[in-house]
Design a protein around this ligand. Structure first.
Ligand SMILES: [Zn+2]
Length: 134
């Protein structure tokens, strides 16, 4: 058996996701050190995020975390990509109650983006991922 590098394993994981879980819009995965990843308040940089530019989705993964955590976050962000429907993000944002304090605002957004539909995608991905490992 050949030993794969950390980066090769991540690239393979992305390839497996593309094959098994095609996304409505094309996804580019960006590997970024913590210093390039946005922060939540005063806390350290987020582990990963998904965002849209035009008709393209981007998954940014914070490579400062341990390898197992990056794979876990990749599955999580891919579930967002499957869930990203044209107009949905904008609709959710426009409904966000703007007067809420930060913590409540974040809680509200978290609930919007992590609904039952999202976890169905994530559950399917995680079950497949267990069979891919090695
Ligand atoms: Zn999420």
């Amino acid at each position: 058996m050949t030993r794969r590098s950390r980066r090769d394993k991540l690239e393979l994981h992305v390839k497996q996701l593309r094959l098994a879980f095609p996304t409505p819009w094309p996804v580019t995965v960006v590997f970024a050190p913590g210093s390039r990843v946005p922060k939540l308040g005063e806390k350290r940089a987020v582990r990963g995020l998904t965002y849209r530019e035009g008709r393209k989705l981007y998954v940014m993964l914070n490579t400062s975390y341990p390898e197992w955590a990056i794979h876990e976050v990749l599955n999580h962000e891919w579930a967002h990509c499957l869930d990203f429907r044209p107009g949905a993000a904008e609709l959710q944002r426009s409904q966000a109650p703007g007067s809420l304090p930060d913590a409540a605002q974040r809680q509200w957004e978290h609930e919007q983006y992590h609904d039952d539909h999202f976890y169905l995608h994530l559950g399917r991905i995680e079950r497949a991922y267990e069979s891919w490992e090695d």
